[in-house]
Design a protein around this ligand. Sequence first.
Ligand code: PMV
Length: 324
Amino acid sequence: MTIASAPGKVILFGEHAVVSGVAALGAAIDLRVVAKVEDAPGKLEIEVPNLNLNVKGFALDALKKEILSTKICEDAFQATKYVSTVLQKFDVRNVKVVVESEIPPSSGLGSSASVVVASLASINFHLGLGLSIDELAKEAYKIEKEVQQGLGSPTDTALATYGGYQMVREKAESIELPELKLIVGYTGVPHNTRLEVEKVQNFRESCPQIVDPIFQAMGEISRSSLNCIREQKLNKLGELMNANHGLLEALGVGTKELSELVYASRGAGNARGAKLTGAGGGGCMVAIPSPEYDGVIKAMTSIVQAGGKAFLVTTGCEGVKIEH
Ligand code: PMV
C-alpha cells in the first residue's frame, strides 16, 4: 500500500487578478488530504469515506461505472471525479484508491487540488510511473482544470505539490518566507470557483478601465506583502489584507457571510487584518490574529460568534509527500 499526502492552501493576496497574469501570493497550510493506493486485482475502486465537516462519503467502481455507496454526497462525489480523471489519464487498473481530507470541500482552501496531487503522487509511487515533482505539478494542474472546465491559475496545484509559499504570475515560483499563524473562518456556504472567476472576467471584459487598475493594485499588494512577512510586520500585513479585501469586494465576489466574519475578526476579534480568501461567493476568510497572548482565542471566538467555523492554521507547510 502507498500513502501520500498533500496540503491545502490559502491565497494571501491577489486572487482573481492572478487569472489575468497579475502576481498573487499563496501559502500551503497544515490541513492535508491523504490518498491511499492498494492493489485490487481485477478492480478499480475509489472511496472517499469522509471530507471533513462530517460530510458523508462516496464510493465508486470506476471499472463497472457503478456507485458502491447507498447515499450520494455531492462533495465526495466531486472528489471521486478528480481521482477517476487521474486514473483514466494514466490508464490505471487493478487498484483501490481511498481519499480522506481534513480540508472542507468547496471552501477555497484548495481541497480539489490536494485530492488530485495526493492521489497522483500515490499512484506515481505505487505503480512506478516515474513522474518528477515538476511533471506531477504540471499534470495535476491539467487534470484540475479539465474537471473544473474553467479558467484558472496553477496556484492551488503548485501549493499542493511544492508547499511553502508560491508567488504566481503565469507560472508559480517558490519563495522562502517564515511561517505565519493565521485564523481561517469558514462561512459554511460552499462556493463555485468557476462561476466567480467567470463573473470577474466578464466584468473585466465589459469595464477594463475599472477592473485593470484594481488588478494592478492587487499585484502591488502581493509584492509589498513579501517584506512584511519576511520581517513579521503584522500590522502592515494586516493593512494590506484589509485593502485586498476591499478590492475583492469591488470586483463583486464578497458576500454578507464573508463580510460578517471579516468584520467580526477585525472588531471583537482584534485581528490585525482580514480578507476573504480564494474565489469568494462563499467559502473562507483569513485573519491575522493579534500577537497578544489571547489574540488567537479572541479572533477564533469572534468568528464562531459571527456564525462561522474557525481553524488555526500555520502557513508555509511541506508539499506533497509519500507517508508510507
Ligand atoms: O479555488 P479557490 O476558491 O481557492 O479560488 C482560486 C483563486 C482564483 O484566483 C479566483 C482562481 C485561480 O485559479 O487562481
